[in-house]
Design a protein around this ligand. Structure first.
Ligand SMILES: N[C@H](CCC[C@H](N)C(=O)O)C(=O)O
Length: 296
């Protein structure tokens, strides 16, 4: 029987990105990829990302987070999910712990992020510094300038979809800047081709972005391990960094995604701040039969 059976979870979303929050602090339990896939497959607990809260590892941090995509793969970062964890650790009756002036420091396998409340349902996350070197994204070949890389993408004939920007926010992103409305691209078809392109040894999140003003961007995202989502926080951060590097905008922008708007600032100290909403849809417990047949 899975140790996750009958455990309580929060069902949330951040700008439409479906998030499940699970608190495993005080236990030695670690979610397996198969368990994550089983949770995602259930209508009551379906998610784009599962955010699992563990006991802190590094002194001075409040918790360690493991982040699972729908396909069970783990990510080093999730902006929308981190805002939801901030809400859970500050407001949920069962999960909340006292916090210094409503701010938390969380750790993932990619490093530290800091989340703080702005209003009752809006939080700001310091997502840390972007990683811009080819081997930090990572890319399979040494591109000296990751502001634009060149891909050979046989099945895609639109040349603009051959030269993305590459940025990591603790997870890999390829951003294609287009003149036309991003909705005019069949991201459901080209997303998986690009996600799995051999230039991305750890796959990549695929964004199509239209800079619609000095500080406004329209964004559509195919997420690594989750597919089309209504919002992707790290993609919004990566896109603002990429656009700023290409001198298409200043260092801040409002990013419009299908599920909502995120405000992003790439600060002069190189940290990227993301501000956006959180929504609590409800809570539940994992039915034991969810994990039937899994050898856990
Ligand atoms: N699919 C992403 C993780 C979640 C990112 C997204 N949901 C966000 O809000 O940043 C990856 O595997 O890198």
């Amino acid at each position: 029987m899975s140790p996750l059976a009958d455990r309580r979870f929060l069902k949330m979303h951040g700008a439409g990105n479906a998030i499940v929050v699970l608190d495993l602090r005080g236990t030695p339990v670690r979610v397996t990829p198969a368990e994550a896939r089983a949770i995602a497959a259930d209508a009551h607990s379906r998610f784009d990302q599962l955010m699992v809260i563990h006991d802190p590892v590094t002194p001075g941090t409040d918790a360690f987070m493991r982040i699972y995509n729908t396909d069970g793969s783990e990510s080093g970062a999730c902006g929308n999910g981190t805002r939801c964890v901030g809400y859970a650790l500050l407001d949920d009756p069962a999960m909340a712990r006292p916090a210094e002036n409503g701010a938390l420091t969380l750790e993932t396998k990619a490093g530290l992020v800091a989340v703080k409340r702005v209003t009752e349902r809006s939080f700001t996350v310091d997502m840390g510094q972007p990683r811009l070197r080819w081997d930090e994204i990572p890319l399979a070949e040494p591109f000296p300038d990751t502001r634009r890389i060149e891909l050979q993408v046989g099945p895609i004939d639109d040349p603009i979809l051959h030269s993305p920007a590459a940025v990591s926010m603790g997870n890999p992103h390829a951003i294609f800047f287009v003149e036309r409305d991003p909705d005019g691209y069949d991201l459901g078809r080209i997303g998986p081709l690009l996600e799995a392109h051999p230039i991305f040894p750890e796959r990549a999140n695929i964004s199509i972005a239209q800079v619609s003003g000095r500080d406004t961007i329209k964004l559509r995202v195919w997420e690594r391990g989750a597919g089309l989502t209504l919002a992707c926080g790290t993609a919004a951060c990566a896109t603002v960094v990429a656009a700023a590097r290409l001198r298409m905008i200043g260092r801040a922008a409002r990013v419009a995604l299908p599920g909502g708007e995120l405000s992003i600032e790439w600060r002069a100290d190189d940290h990227v701040l993301m501000t956006g909403p959180v929504f609590l849809e409800g809570e539940g417990t994992f039915a034991p039969e969810l994990f039937a047949g899994l050898d856990v």
